[in-house]
Design a protein around this ligand. Sequence first.
Ligand code: C5P
Length: 402
Amino acid sequence: MLQGKRILLIVSGGIAAYKALELVRRLRERGAEVRAILTKGGAEFITPLSLSALTEDRVYSDLFSLTDEAEMGHIQLSRAADLLVVAPATADILAKMTAGIADDLATTALLATDKPVLVAPAMNVRMWQHAATQENIGRLRERGVHIVGPNKGPMACGEFGPGRMAEVMEIIAAIERRLGTAGALAGRKALVTSGPTHEPIDPVRYIANRSSGRQGHAIAEAFAAAGAETLLVSGPVSLDDPPGVRVIKVESAREMLEACLAALPVDVAVGAAAVADWRVAGVPTQKLKKKAELPELKLEENPDILAQIARHREARPRLVIGFAAETERVAEQGRAKRQRKGCDWILANDVSAESGTFGGADNEITLIDDSGAETWPRLSKHAVARRLVERVARHLASESKR
Ligand code: C5P
């Protein structure tokens, strides 16, 4: 619910502007008060009248209107909101935000605000992929601007790819997360690893494993839905990025370790990735040629990411959670793994061929903590994720009270 929350919606010029009308309706249904700024470009796509009818307020558009300044100046406009939402956000407005350009009411309000800002980019796929836009998005994100979408799909311009504005309900979910109206983990930081790692043999070949990343991705999604600021460090998977989650894509175990260590400190870390135990020593820079004799692969040990996080001297998360994929004596092996890795909880799961866990939709979990073992019923990976996140929220809340 968004009861009593004040949202300043900035509608810039793009074909997706029509979805802004639906967004206003859905926000108001949830009890939010919505004020709208329509840019000149935005007004080419929707009329001030329709926006005004839905917000039940006047629509602001002119920076130098004296009556606006008398009734509500641009500074006030942006400060009297709990959140600024730019939807759709064109490449142009994102560039102006990055550079701090204020040449109309919308960009001036964005520069003058001290409130959180959420943007829903929408543009042609090539404009989205252009280095300039990607750099701008990176810098805005570093500054704490929240970004929802864009999604992949067919576009109004006839092309296909990322660039479509996120769906209205996705934007609403991002707003609720940002305003902390949805989450038991608001204000907490979570780090999740997911997927397999790829360990190069030469520039074109690699060693991999069968992890699909579904469990790890579901956990990251559940953390974000509970309001945690969530970073997912993922090996190569064929899954979409979960909504509301910042994703760093890596290939090898060493890259995964580096990304995880750079993410600390966090409140909770979950190692759901199937990290390769070994990598090939001395990877050649050129592709191995087929010769009469077979090539010899010498293996060396990869870093244990979970153990390094759990034994981190300066920034050990308050809760470190690992997985133990076992094919037999699941609880017993899980207990031993908990000790060995130095983590707080182990989710031991049965990955024997008959369990269908790898790549499947379900998981059978035994949770092992310092007080013992608890076996959960067979659940979907999403349900496992929600149950885990609820438990994490309870644990962190009880710890804070102590
Ligand atoms: O030792 P094993 O691979 O069975 O341990 C599984 C747990 O440890 C998982 O949580 C996995 O993500 C993590 N792990 C890791 N780095 C490794 C190996 C495993 O983080 N090199």
